[in-house]
Design a binder for this molecule. Structure first.
Ligand SMILES: [Zn+2]
Ligand SMILES: [Zn+2]
Length: 305
């Protein structure tokens, strides 16, 4: 299961109700901040998440509405030393801008009390944990090096306790090894193979987060069969020329992508001040009913239904 906490859901500039883009993805003890618009540190406080262990930041692209908050956040980390290292992942041009912000302004001339690593990403897996991975895929927006992210739990064969009981497999290391896919020899001499006690393969949860995007045809494959897709819905179809001009999507574009890629749930964010959320939601739901236009501090659990 992944938990998704929206911290900022506005496009370009904040509104009274919406902060600039930022969201946190949680998986067990792991926490990832995806984008960090201005004011994100205050949103983190208000959400109750706190700063502890929030030391991996993934950046979709280098536009200021998605990165300016890194300056304030790092400034606070410098004072409070809430973390022992900071890793920021993004495309090279986004990282260059972030490096200027951090090393020319925020921490100019001082030695930070913890290492700050700016880690360039390319298409493919860039974080691998024991039970999930995060990969990047290219997104077309204004400027180079824009990325979307796929959070994917490792699939597994569930352990069938009743089968283990029938086979009189004692509890202890034998069961653990069977779950790990190893053949075991029981104390009574019988050999047991994993497929005798494991069920059919169940794919893990897939959560896809796309930042700003000017088109969707190159995203269908990356979004395929996702349990949830988070993507921008900056414009309505009535202003599609504006959307195309600034390389953004309409709510209708995002909803059509959700249909084409067979995703289960769609979350629209990066909401423009020019529209009411309910109008954005209405346009998307006409194409893809399971759409939510999200608000700051919305929390969703992404799990198998
Ligand atoms: Zn943006
Ligand atoms: Zn942008």
């Amino acid at each position: 299961m992944f938990e998704l906490v929206f911290l900022g859901t506005s496009a370009s500039a904040p509104s009274i109700q919406r902060g600039l883009p930022a969201q946190v993805v949680k998986h067990n003890q792991h926490r990832f901040l995806v984008d960090c618009g201005e004011g994100t540190q205050r949103q983190i406080l208000e959400s109750g998440l706190g700063f502890k262990k929030l030391n991996r930041i993934l950046i979709t692209h280098g536009h200021l509405d998605h990165i300016l908050g890194i300056g304030g956040l790092v400034s606070t980390y410098l004072r409070w030393e809430a973390i022992d290292k900071l890793e920021i992942f993004g495309g090279t041009s986004a990282l260059k801008r972030i490096a200027d912000l951090l090393f020319k302004v925020v921490i100019r001339g001082i030695n930070p009390p913890f290492p700050i690593d700016l880690i360039p990403i390319k298409k493919g897996v860039f974080i691998e944990e024991s039970d999930f991975s995060i990969s990047a895929f290219p997104v077309s927006h204004r400027g180079p090096d824009c990325y979307g992210f796929t959070f994917k739990e490792r699939g597994r064969h569930p352990f069938l306790a009743e089968k283990a009981e029938q086979l009189k497999i004692p509890s202890g290391p034998w069961r653990r090894d069977l779950v790990a896919g190893k053949k075991v020899k029981l104390p009574d001499g019988r050999m047991i193979k994993p497929d005798q006690v494991l069920g059919e393969f169940q794919p893990g949860i897939k959560l896809v987060i796309v930042g700003d995007s000017g088109k969707t045809d190159n995203l269908v494959k990356a979004c395929k069969d996702a349990d949830a897709l988070v993507i921008e819905g900056t414009y309505l179809q009535g202003e599609i020329e504006m959307a195309r001009k600034y390389a953004h999507l309409t709510a209708n574009d995002a909803a059509e992508l959700a249909v084409q890629s067979n995703v289960k749930k769609l979350f629209l964010t990066h909401i423009s001040r020019r529209y009411r959320a309910k109008d954005v939601q209405k346009e998307a739901r006409e194409v893809f009913p399971n759409t939510n236009v999200v608000h700051d501090f919305d929390v969703f659990q992404i799990k198998k239904e």
